[in-house]
Design a protein around this ligand. Structure first.
Ligand SMILES: Cc1cc2nc3c(=O)[nH]c(=O)nc-3n(C[C@H](O)[C@H](O)[C@H](O)COP(=O)(O)OP(=O)(O)OC[C@H]3O[C@@H](n4cnc5c(N)ncnc54)[C@H](O)[C@@H]3O)c2cc1C
Length: 341
């Protein structure tokens, strides 16, 4: 059995940020991740300004395209808000992962090829994947196995389940805004990620077909209808994943593994990075209870706002969302600023 201070289960973006933060705080850190290379994943790939600040704090600055704000449109009405401070950035997941892996190696994070499928813990230590440590940060994503192993996950209601799909297209970004196109059933997020590439993330109910969803958004169909795909189609879900508690003994759930409302507000990375910071501070203090408190604080806005928006988006008021935002641009701007910072 190898010995470390902090075991990180899952080497996605949140796991690597947590491991780098743990090293910078003076801990030994070992990441257990079953996949090799620069990992790709279904994601809208929009990093909010505060997510970029969090990465800069740990010495990571991934390349991408500036995001100046957000635009909502339903094909007839639209509303946009330009961020008042520094911009966000559209960053390919593989680019983000590569930058995080390089920084992790630089600061001495150990990465081992392993999947966590059992956890043993007592008052003084926790063991998983052949490694023993003082703390285990479970960063193993949506529908986390660690959360399930510890009985922390909650069942997802069958009604109103939503899923995400994403693909890239070889087309020059036509806007420096993230556009969210609304059809009667689905939303499509368009994020500029390179000078010749946009990412398209579609969210909708079970059975949503990527091409049919785009065809129902005429403005988008015109823009990317004939563009060459630049990645394979990837999916994720169902969303609406919740946990009972974020801690169990020496284990803390961090990132999507701790709960994930929906992709509609594109907030997963920002919130996951804040949780990683909080978990490492809790480990330093030897207080999982501190993490549970901080988790509630750093996720409060996104849980409330995203839950409210998804509830509206899956109800009969859905067709009124874009017209209402267009009629109240100040409220739209307030919400965007709140989520961006
Ligand atoms: C369609 C869509 C659009 C989105 N758009 C945005 C956006 O624009 N902006 C934004 O900030 N967020 C967005 N998100 C959310 C964002 O993608 C997630 O919040 C983010 O990926 C969470 O990172 P993570 O490291 O917690 O989990 P993941 O990225 O899922 O990484 C988990 C890692 O754990 C590993 N793993 C799994 N099981 C085990 C195990 N048993 N043992 C060890 N390792 C394991 C996996 O291999 C993986 O590498 C979007 C999500 C979707 C689905």
């Amino acid at each position: 059995m190898t010995r470390t201070d902090v075991i990180v289960a899952g080497g996605g973006p949140v796991g690597l940020v947590a491991a780098i933060r743990a090293r910078l705080a003076g801990f030994e850190a070992t990441v257990l991740e079953p996949h090799d290379g620069d990992l790709d994943k279904a994601c809208g790939e929009g990093l909010m300004p505060v997510a970029l600040e969090s990465l800069a704090e740990i010495g990571v600055a991934p390349a991408g395209m500036d995001i100046a704000g957000f635009r909502y449109t339903d094909g007839r009405r639209s509303v946009e808000h330009r961020l008042s401070g520094s911009p966000g950035r559209g960053v390919r997941r593989t680019t983000l992962h590569s930058a995080l892996r390089a920084r992790a190696a630089e600061v001495g994070v150990v990465v081992e090829s392993a999947r966590v499928d059992a956890i043993v813990q007592d008052d003084a230590s926790v063991s998983a994947g052949g490694v023993t440590g003082s703390w285990l940060l479970a960063c193993d994503g949506l529908h986390s196995s660690v959360s399930r192993l510890l009985g922390l996950d909650l069942p997802i209601p069958r009604r109103g389940r939503r899923f995400g799909l994403r693909r890239h297209f070889r087309v020059a970004p036509w806007s420096d805004l993230v556009e969210v196109h609304w059809s009667p059933d689905a939303e499509a997020y368009i994020t500029p990620v390179a000078s010749d590439t946009v990412g398209v993330a579609v969210m909708g109910p079970r059975g949503t077909d990527f091409r049919s969803a785009l065809a129902a958004m005429p403005e988008l169909a015109d823009r990317i209808g004939t563009a060459e795909p630049a990645s394979t189609l990837r999916g994720a879900g169902p969303f609406g994943y919740r946990t009972r508690h974020r801690t169990a003994g020496r284990v803390m759930l961090v990132g999507d593994s701790s709960g994930y409302v929906d992709s509609l507000t594109g907030e997963g990375l920002r919130v996951g990075f804040a949780q990683a910071d909080a978990a490492v501070r809790a480990a330093l203090q030897g207080s999982p209870a501190l993490y549970e408190r901080e988790w509630h604080r750093v996720t409060r806005d996104v849980r409330r706002l995203t839950t409210g928006l998804v509830t509206a988006a899956t109800s009969p008021v859905r067709p009124a969302i874009v017209p209402a935002a267009a009629a109240l641009p100040g409220v739209f701007g307030f919400v965007v600023e709140r989520l961006a910072r």
